[in-house]
Design a protein around this ligand. Sequence first.
Ligand code: CDP
Length: 222
Amino acid sequence: MANPDPSGTSPTIVIAIDGPAASGKSTVARALASHLGYRFLNSGDLYRAMTWACLKLGVDCRDTGAVATAAGQARIEVGCEGIDYYPLIDGNDPRRHLRDDQVNINVSPVSAVPAVRYILSAAIRTHAQGRQTVIEGRDIGSAVFPETPYKFYIDAPPQVRQRRRRNQGQMEEISRRDLIDSTRATDPLTIAPGATVIDTSTLDVQGVVAAILERLKEQGLA
Ligand code: CDP
């Protein structure tokens, strides 16, 4: 995708929204982007796209070396539809496969491979240059954009998150993914220093967005 500001004068603004699976962060991040007139990037979709590409190649996702090799050969690009960025991999649009069972099962092991994180973090950083983006993920405030002042950690107790995911008709093992994501050696899920933590168990989407906007206002942004 072409840089939206060839003159290079458009500021790079990143609002980082991190948190565990099914904390509600995607819905919140997208609503926030829409409210601010920003674009929305779900970095998890890039990790899911890379996992899908590995599976398509027949790579054993537990084989760290094979995953790293496949990631090194993949061509990752970012498309845009409305306010949403989405991944393209080797020219393919994998969106309809991103929540396939095999992707759900393998995405956390693939995401724990340092080469995968290095490649996707670099792609996300490059893409965000000169843009105003709400980016959600696991390590956006802690590792990808540690310099952004706008960092939020969206959380909810495990029972609430399990229930939400069941309500969405997906029986993912979110506790297994959370365990892998928060204990991996490279860029684990963690609360970034300076992040505002919001527990969503008693708040609806608008309530969480309002809390974020209030904090951004204090910081002089919204
Ligand atoms: O939607 P949900 O919160 O369940 O997950 P997701 O955002 O689609 O992310 C899927 C997986 O990608 C996570 O469980 C992590 O293993 C990985 N991920 C990551 O490692 N780093 C990110 N910045 C985003 C996602």
